[in-house]
Design a protein around this ligand. Structure first.
Ligand SMILES: Cc1ncc(COP(=O)(O)O)c(C=O)c1O
Length: 391
């Protein structure tokens, strides 16, 4: 309301869902400002500082005045560095020109949805899943086709589920592995099977590989090993811990490049220049060593937290394979995840996110814990939760 006038904004806004994690984040920040100590397990960002080689690369870029627009698809040095990373990590030869640098993978998700979705088209997504995906689909005029997934299938799609839910207007599938909010992975067999179902419908296979590098008991494989034409999104936010630098990338098939370039030119002009030069430091051996040490630390946190939460009555049918999330059932503790999360924030001083942020399927029975805080803070969270649950 401005000057007493109620403006009418575009109807697409009405169908967009809010990001509940931000409500909890804001409430936690407010309580901290009032002097309360809150263990912050709601947000999905590593609390580690930016790696020294990345800071150094950014400082050098500032000194060298690399502060101008760059090519819309990103600076070539970075596209080459990312392509080389696919060589060392996965043994894949991806030509650098197929790599598109974006303003966070969020921009990549938007570009891909705008590229493949006509008004009325459907895109298959998991429920639960990353909440913004459905809103990118809606922004493009499409219909999010949510497929319920459960613990029995490691909260992932199966080829059967994709085939059963494929409708006349479906144009593709977007899968995240490891997933947010569950940390669970899609097996290589299921990647292959889903890819075959999608190919049989001439659909588009989109894989969100954002949490690659944060996998603890197995080796992750890229969908590009199976399907060279799949669309892959990735980011410097999670494994490289660069959330605020707002830099991601995607790998697209040759025939998509021209359209993606036109959209990137128009919508963003270019990804942030300093962040791109900074990201060159992400591929320095010293940074990779540091990230691998952090990966080991995340694993240690997960291995502490999963049994500790089970002990408190949360149900975690199997240990999540990666990311830094635990998606826990609260059937024994509460009937309503939102009320439960607000109550635990207030009484225990521990912030975590209700399942209702990630979809509708069994969302009131689940919460997401993010283990981005150091181990001693997670221990404090468990101690506080234990006390509050016993009251
Ligand atoms: C599964 C998934 N995809 C995409 C994103 C977007 O991340 P960014 O824009 O920082 O790369 C996130 C952020 O949490 C995520 O969890």
């Amino acid at each position: 309301m401005v000057d007493g006038i109620q403006r009418q904004y575009a109807s697409r806004i009405e169908s967009m869902t809010s990001f509940k994690v931000v409500d909890f984040l804001e409430a936690a920040v407010k309580m901290e400002a009032q002097g309360r100590d809150i263990v912050r397990m709601e947000a999905g960002e590593p609390a580690f500082p930016t790696a020294p080689a990345i800071i150094e690369a950014a400082s050098a870029a500032l000194r060298d005045e690399k502060t101008f627009y760059t090519p819309s698809l990103g600076i070539i040095e970075l596209r080459e560095a990312i392509a080389a990373f696919y060589g060392t990590r996965y043994g894949l030869q991806i030509p650098p020109h197929r790599i598109v640098v974006t303003t966070g993978s969020s921009a990549a998700l938007g570009l891909i949805c705008d590229l493949i979705i006509n008004p009325g088209d459907g895109l298959q997504l998991t429920d639960p899943g990353y909440p913004c995906n459905a809103n990118f689909v809606r922004r493009a005029g499409g219909e999010p086709q949510l497929i319920p997934v459960d613990a029995y299938n490691a909260y992932q799609l199966t080829p059967q589920a994709v085939a059963e839910h494929w409708r006349d207007n479906t144009v593709g599938v977007l899968v995240a592995s490891p997933s947010n909010p569950t940390g669970e992975m899609l097996s290589r067999d299921n990647q292959r099977g889903i890819n075959a179902v999608v190919a049989s419908h001439n659909g588009v296979m989109i894989m969100d590989e954002l949490y690659h590098g944060l996998v603890y008991d197995q080796c992750e494989s890229s969908i590009l090993e199976i399907n060279n034409d799949a669309m892959v999104i990735n980011s410097f936010s999670k494994y490289f811990g660069m959330t605020g630098w707002r830099l991601g990338w995607m790998v697209v098939p040759e025939d998509a490049l021209e359209a993606v370039n036109i959209m990137a030119q128009n919508f963003y002009i270019s990804p942030p220049s300093i962040a791109q030069y900074a990201a060159l430091g992400a591929f320095e051996p010293a940074t990779i060593d540091l990230m691998e040490a952090r990966r080991a630390e995340f694993r240690q946190r997960r291995d502490y937290l999963v049994p500790a939460l089970r002990e408190l009555g949360f149900s975690i049918p199997h240990t999540p394979a990666g990311a830094f999330y635990i998606y826990a059932g609260i059937e024994k503790l509460s009937a309503d995840s939102e009320a439960f999360c607000w109550d635990m924030l207030e009484r225990a001083g521990v912030a975590f996110t209700p399942g209702t942020d990630f979809g509708e399927h069994l969302a009131r029975q689940h919460v997401r814990f993010s283990y981005t805080q150091p181990l001693h803070r997670l221990e404090l969270a468990v101690e506080r939760l234990s006390k509050a649950l016993a009251e």
